[in-house]
Design a protein around this ligand. Structure first.
Ligand code: ADP
Ligand code: MG
Length: 659
């Protein structure tokens, strides 16, 4: 770089305002490789273009440290500080060092240029040497002045050159600093570029992430839209449901009010129903009393296959006063003609006819349900708190067990009184529950053979095993009037199935006994007892009564043809025991009927056990079973006579065991 020949160009706008060199931040940037004009370019000037020397005027404050605003200010102020040389003399070619007059160049003091001087001399005639000399002198003095001016100017230029050189040095130092800064800036730029690369990668990564996130956001937005739609739907549904709920609440409130009314009505009706139930019990009992607390039914079994057909007219069933439509209550036995009578008298004797009347007579074709229909009223009485005893009386084979337990094969059509009564009890008890009654049932089943008690509910084979066990009739507890059999099973039952299982167990126990103990079953009394107790919490009522269903031992009398052998002696003893207990039963019933002070309950185990079910407050039914066969005529007649006696008995007004 040539000293003093440096022109730092300003941007056009700034250059227009001042041609002074302004070194500032912009100038620095122009020094960058890309922006800096090529050195040659700097030197090349167009033809006629004056070389501009930035003659330094008093040094502008250090550019690099001057704030931009100040730099501009300085640039604007600069021309003011410069002398005339700085503005116009700048056009002077320093190399030629010829004073070039410009419009603004200072004129010689004389105000006459040498040219002008010569011009004046040319007008002088050749002979005017003096004039010419004068002119020359003038020219000379002008030249001298000019020389003086030029010398001064030269001095000034030199000093300016020194200054410019100084300035160039300063600029060079600055340039070095700038180069250092530039290097630093480049290093920084490289680092920045690296960072930029990293950042670009990061940006790309972030852009990808953003893309993914945008996708996610979009799907979430879609989901949101969907959910919003669903929410709207749900809100609409909720609104509908709320409306429905309101309606339901209103309906519920209405219903509750109705329920309250109905509950009051129900309570009233329950009370009324209870009154009616008590009235029904009272009327039912009155009806039973009118029918008689001791009732006797007669049932004639049909002739079984293989048995001889009974002669016609042997047993007749005369219609009642109201005709055949009425249930039969009468029965006639006609003894076949006695051959001996006819021989003795020479004429056949008149047939002997025995008429009997009972509360009800069941013909051979009668079904089990017909019998139960009549019995069910008594079963109802047991639920109402009246002790009930139902006996099946008759000779062996007359149909006692069939009537009480039922026929073989488990056919429901031939079910006996015990299963039917139990089912009826449970069903009525369930219905009474709705009226506030709750019932409990306890079953026992014992057999009395030869005045010995055995438990039919002992486990299978138990009857044998328990042979040594003592079964005694005792009071249930101190102060209690209830009688129980010691060591016997008293099983709480709550449904028919449980009772059926007990009956099955009893049958098994009896079957074992039959094979080992010589047909004891028909020679013993079996007593199925159901202790019924009911309570009405609301009314604080309690009732308890036993229902006894007794299958009595065969009533046949002692066979006069029996020998005195040990087996026959045993049979004799057996029969006597049976006859004794059956006659005791008859005596007890009669004593009760006649209101005798002494009732011989203790004369037999059967009456002793059943005493609470026979006395005053009890209701009793005897079903006399009759065989239709001619060969059983005598026994049938005996049974009917016994039953007839019982039928004439009336036990005092029954009272329910109520507390
Ligand atoms: P008991 O117990 O008096 O000795 P059963 O009840 O054992 O007499 O009856 C003897 C036989 O007669 C049995 O086979 C029984 O099935 C049958 N039997 C009894 N009564 C009837 C009846 N009403 N209908 C049909 N068969 C009967
Ligand atoms: Mg029997």
């Amino acid at each position: 770089m040539e000293k003093g020949n440096v022109e730092l160009k300003m941007p056009p706008d700034k250059a227009s305002s001042s041609r002074l060199p302004v070194i500032g931040l912009g100038a620095k940037r122009k020094l960058d490789k890309e922006n800096a004009p090529e050195p040659e370019k700097k030197r090349i000037r167009g033809p006629g273009t004056a070389v501009t020397i930035a003659i330094s005027h008093p040094r502008v404050p250090t550019v690099a440290t001057m704030p931009r605003a100040k730099k501009q200010e300085a640039a604007q102020k600069a021309p003011l500080k410069t002398g005339p040389w700085h503005t116009t003399a700048a056009t002077t070619d320093v190399k030629s060092r010829k004073p070039v007059s410009t419009t603004s160049a200072p004129k010689p003091v004389s105000g006459v240029s040498p040219k002008t001087a010569r011009k004046g001399s040319s007008k002088r005639p050749a002979w005017d040497v003096k004039g010419q000399l004068c002119d020359l002198r003038k020219e000379f003095s002008a030249c001298q002045v000019q020389t003086e001016i030029l010398t001064r100017e030269n001095r000034e230029l030199r000093s300016q050159f020194g200054q410019t050189e100084q300035q160039a040095k300063t600029l060079e130092a600055e340039n070095k600093v700038l180069i250092g800064e530039l290097t630093e800036a480049r290093a920084q730029a490289k680092q920045d570029q690296l960072e930029l690369g990293k950042l670009s990668a990061q940006v790309q990564e972030l852009e990808e992430l953003l893309h993914t996130q945008e996708g996610l956001v979009q799907s979430l937005q879609e989901e949101r839209l969907q959910l919003q739609g669903e929410r709207r739907d749900l809100a609409a549904r909720l609104e509908v449901q709320e409306a429905q709920l309101q309606e339901s609440m209103a309906a519920l409130a209405k219903s509750q009010a109705e329920i309250t009314t109905q509950a009051a009505l129900l309570a009233e009706r329950t009370e009324h129903l209870h009154g009616l139930e008590m009235e029904r019990r009272y009327l039912h009992n009155q009806l039973q009393e009118l029918k008689g607390n001791i009732r006797v039914f007669c049932r004639v079994r049909p002739a079984l296959p293989g048995e001889p057909t009974p002669p016609p007219g042997l047993i007749l069933f005369p219609p009642g006063p109201n005709g055949a439509s009425e249930p039969s209550t009468r029965l006639s036995l006609t003894r076949p003609t006695d051959d001996r009578c006819s021989i003795i008298g020479g004429l056949p004797g008149p047939p002997l006819r025995y008429d009997f009347s009972f509360d009800r007579v069941f013909l051979p074709g009668s079904k089990q349900n017909e019998v139960f229909e009549e019995v069910s009223l008594l079963v109802q009485s047991a639920l109402d708190g009246y002790p009930v005893c139902i006996f099946a009386y008759g000779q062996t084979g007359s149909g006692k067990t069939f009537t009480m337990e039922g026929g073989p094969g488990g056919d429901p059509q031939v079910e006996g009184l015990i299963p039917r009564a139990v089912r009826h009890l449970f069903s009525v008890a369930r219905k009474l529950e709705a009226q506030g009654w709750s019932y409990t049932f306890v079953a026992s089943y014992v057999e009395i053979y030869n005045e010995t008690i055995r438990d039919l509910l002992a486990c299978v084979g138990g009857a044998q095993k328990c042979q040594g066990t003592e079964y005694e009739i005792r009071l249930a507890g101190p102060g209690s009037k209830e009688l129980i059999v010691t060591n016997a099973q008293y099983v709480p039952v709550s449904c028919e199935e449980e009772v059926e299982a007990l009956l099955h167990l009893a049958r098994q126990n009896r079957a074992v006994a039959r094979t080992t103990q010589n047909e004891q079953s028909s020679r013993s009394h079996s007593v199925f007892q159901l202790q019924i107790s009911g309570k009405h919490m609301g009314q604080n009522l309690h009732c308890a009564a036993p229902l006894n269903l007794v299958d009595l031992a065969g009533s046949e009398r002692l066979d006069p043809g029996l020998s005195t052998g040990p087996a026959d002696r045993e049979r004799l003893k057996e029969t006597q025991a049976i006859n004794s207990s059956l006659s005791t039963l008859g005596l007890v019933i009669m004593a009760l009927s006649n209101k005798e002070p002494h009732v011989p309950y203790r004369n037999s185990k059967l009456t002793y056990l059943l005493q609470n079910s026979l006395r005053g407050s009890a209701k009793m039914l005897m079903i006399v079973n009759i065989s239709p066969l001619e060969e059983n005529f005598s026994e049938s007649l005996n049974s009917l006579r016994f039953a007839s006696k019982v039928n004439q008995c009336v036990i005092g007004t029954a009272r329910a065991n109520k507390k």
